[in-house]
Design a binder for this molecule. Structure first.
Ligand code: FES
Ligand code: FE2
Length: 384
């Protein structure tokens, strides 16, 4: 289980503030704002986002825990170029276009594997973990090719604080995610102590930003989630902090009340909240009481009304008994069904509403500060 103790200096004032607000019966309020509704439905705006946010900026594509050992490989298929990530024998992470140098076949099957070589299933050309081409069946038929030679095209990649970032642009510099103090905080949460368990892909009829918006305020808990989330989380109370362009939002669970009157140096925020890290532009990490989730949100290439979401569950240890397996299957199913039946169902309506052009702007209240922070990051990252 994740401990927040190493981050006590950061988390203690947040707990104090949340307890104070609960005693006063009011939300924590910070800046709200108004943002253009057309940005959810305009194909030209999506094209701008694709060119800038999703091509020029570093993307958090995986946790270090996704590549646990030398030989580990994992694919990512939601960018314009399909990716394969590897960890080599020196422990270094690489990111390649998952495209064979021979005639363009997909080299590594979708998913996760572990092997010394990446072998193309089409004609058997093979590559080392660092992308060098090392195998060429019937070498004599290719008189102009001498191996070893550089084989798979590499993308700029960086591993730090337990996260792996790729800039999906061959010409870009090494990714600089710009996490600031949030980097140290994330490193102290020790995501490496977790293992990937299962994932789920959602294909949605809504703009990618709406998926992130759903994480960014608990104002909707008492209404949209009356029978699911509302009994567990404090409605309409959160704390948010911006680490431009990223942000952290803390959503307190009702159990946080138990900390009132106890010594602050014993407080741990993690068991009494969900901590949401938005890693700009499209990745979200949620630290839950007993596990970690990543949500990777990808816009459709051309349709602003569609997006893909990849949810992954990481556990402190993989289930080894029937009852543990049942517990985690129920937990994943509940997460999926709540977001499908409640959040994404409501958001599909929002998408239609925004696409209708009836309202010019969306409004983030002072009780929705995380939402306003995310949209300010968007405004700042986009030209014009
Ligand atoms: S396309 Fe990969 S070996 Fe031919
Ligand atoms: Fe929700």
């Amino acid at each position: 289980m994740i401990s927040g103790h190493a981050n006590r200096a950061v988390f203690e004032p947040i707990v104090e503030l949340l307890l104070e607000q609960m005693a006063g019966g009011s939300p924590w309020r910070a800046d709200g704002g108004e943002f253009p509704a057309s940005h959810y439905a305009d194909p030209a705006h999506l094209a701008l986002e694709q060119r800038t946010l999703f091509t020029e900026l570093p993307q958090m594509v995986a946790l270090s825990a996704d590549l646990p050992e030398p030989g580990s490989q994992i694919t990512r298929d939601s960018f314009a170029v399909p990716l394969v990530l590897t960890r080599d024998d020196d422990g270094l992470v690489h990111a390649f276009a998952n495209v064979c140098a021979h005639r363009g076949a997909q080299v590594v099957d979708d998913g996760r594997q572990c092997s010394r070589r990446l072998t193309c299933p089409y004609h058997g050309w093979s590559y080392d973990l660092d992308g060098t081409q090392v195998g060429l069946p019937d070498n004599e038929s290719f008189p102009n090719i001498e191996i070893p030679r550089p084989g798979l095209r590499a993308f700029p990649v960086k591993e730090e604080h337990g996260l792996i970032w790729v800039t999906p642009n061959f010409e870009a510099a090494t990714p600089e995610p710009g996490l600031g103090a949030m980097g140290t905080e994330l490193a102290a949460l020790d995501f490496e102590d977790h293992q990937h368990w299962r994932g789920h892909r959602f294909q949605l009829d809504l703009n990618w930003k709406l998926v992130i918006d759903t994480f960014l305020e608990p104002y909707h808990f008492a209404t949209l989630h009356r029978d699911t989330v509302f009994p567990i989380f404090v409605p309409n109370l959160c704390h948010a902090e911006r680490f431009s362009p990223h942000l952290r939002e803390v959503l307190p669970r009702r159990t946080i009340e138990k900390l009132r009157g106890t010594p602050p140096d014993e407080w741990d925020l993690v068991p009494h909240s969900a901590i949401v890290y938005v890693l700009f532009p499209g990745s979200v990490i949620v630290v839950q009481v007993d596990h970690v989730e990543t949500w990777r949100i990808s816009p459709h290439p051309t349709d602003p009304g569609r997006s893909t979401v990849d949810l992954d569950f990481y556990l402190p240890e993989l289930p080894t008994t029937e009852s543990a397996l049942g517990h985690w299957e129920r937990s994943l199913d509940l997460t999926i069904s709540t977001v499908i039946n409640e959040d994404f169902a409501a958001m599909a309506g929002v998408q239609r509403g925004l696409a209708s052009g009836v309202i010019d702007s969306i409004t983030a209240g002072q009780n929705e500060p995380g939402l306003a922070m995310f949209h300010r990051s968007l405004v700042e990252a986009l030209p014009g």
